[in-house]
Design a protein around this ligand. Structure first.
Ligand code: HEC
Ligand code: HEC
Ligand code: HEC
Ligand code: HEC
Length: 195
């Protein structure tokens, strides 16, 4: 009997805590409604979703927390190439575009944790849209001249992602043959059909 009583008490106490928690989360809701939605650090990102080739499940956090390493942690700007000042970009041709234009900071985990809004991160697809689509942040899709030729390449989402992902995985597979990086020629090492 005493045992049941105790259980009932525990349940009542739990309910009271839930009630309090509910109250605070409602307050938080009211507060965040007044400001812009917070910028979150995505952990896992589903790319190429709904494409014929199949969804790519990209583990963002493993790539940017130091868990996956290429002679040290992978820097944010290895992928988010526009999130650095023009003076830094000048050291890495053909890169030259900074966003937001005139920025003075370089994206790092520290900068993001201090002030996510000031970190200045744009989604790749906001500039590298699909072929034939106008990107959200640019007048037109980025175009680059191929080194050593006059051929111009339009950096669609497909090309921009493949170049970024493959360049690093390829050099990893050369330098560390034991690493479990996807192979550029085995599409299914990234794209999972039927997803
Ligand atoms: C290996 C590549 C890679 C690295 C390294 C990387 N990211 Fe990303 N990040 C991405 C991709 C891809 C997306 C998804 C972009 C899209 O949807 O077009 C993304 C999205 C984001 C977003 C969400 C942006 C939005 O508007 O939805 C944030 C925030 C972010 N990254 C922060 C960081 C920070 C901070 C670092 C460094 C600590 C970092 N990333 C390192 C590839 C990377
Ligand atoms: C604000 C617009 C913008 C965003 C956001 C952006 N890019 Fe780009 N990207 C460009 C432009 C413009 C170029 C052409 C070079 C330049 O002007 O810097 C380019 C060039 C590239 C290149 C070719 C670089 C080379 O050396 O050949 C790759 C690959 C690339 N972007 C991948 C990405 C990926 C992956 C993301 C997201 C993590 C991303 N870009 C986000 C605008 C953007
Ligand atoms: C700067 C280097 C670098 C870049 C850029 C990069 N990767 Fe990776 N990737 C790695 C490393 C390192 C590993 C882990 C290898 C290991 O575990 O041995 C990895 C592993 C993976 C794996 C297999 C393990 C897992 O997490 O499922 C996938 C899939 C993958 N990467 C997808 C991508 C995609 C998609 C992109 C482009 C948006 C990308 N990567 C860009 C370095 C990179
Ligand atoms: C390193 C991982 C990786 C490998 C390997 C890879 N892809 Fe991709 N692929 C991606 C990512 C990431 C995107 C970008 C999708 C987006 O914009 O969301 C993409 C986009 C595409 C798209 C455009 C889809 C769309 O909706 O715009 C096609 C088509 C495609 N890949 C085909 C292939 C083929 C064919 C192969 C093999 C020769 C291949 N991919 C190998 C990661 C990979």
């Amino acid at each position: 009997m005493r045992k049941y009583f105790k259980t009932a008490f525990v349940i009542a106490a739990f309910a009271a805590v839930l009630f309090l928690l509910d109250g605070t989360s409602q307050n938080a809701q009211v507060m965040t409604n007044k400001t812009a939605p917070p910028i979150e650090m995505p952990k896992v990102i589903e790319l190429a979703k709904g494409s014929k080739q199949g969804t790519v499940t990209f583990n963002h956090v493993k790539h940017n927390s130091g868990e996956y390493s290429v002679s040290g942690p992978i820097q944010c700007i290895e992928c988010h190439h526009t999130a650095q000042p023009a003076s830094e970009l000048a050291k890495h041709p053909p890169l030259k575009t900074d966003w937001p234009a005139g920025r003075t900071t370089m994206l790092t985990m520290e900068l993001f944790n201090t002030d996510p809004k000031a970190a200045g991160i744009a989604a790749c697809r906001d500039c590298h849209a699909k072929a034939g689509e106008k990107p959200k942040l640019l007048a037109a899709l980025p175009v680059l001249k191929d080194p050593g030729s006059t051929t111009m390449t339009t950096l669609t989402n497909q090309l921009a992602f493949h170049r970024t992902c493959d360049a690093c995985h390829f050099s990893m597979s050369m330098n560390r043959p034991d690493s479990k990086v996807p192979s550029a020629t085995i599409c299914a090492s990234c794209h999972k059909r039927g997803t």
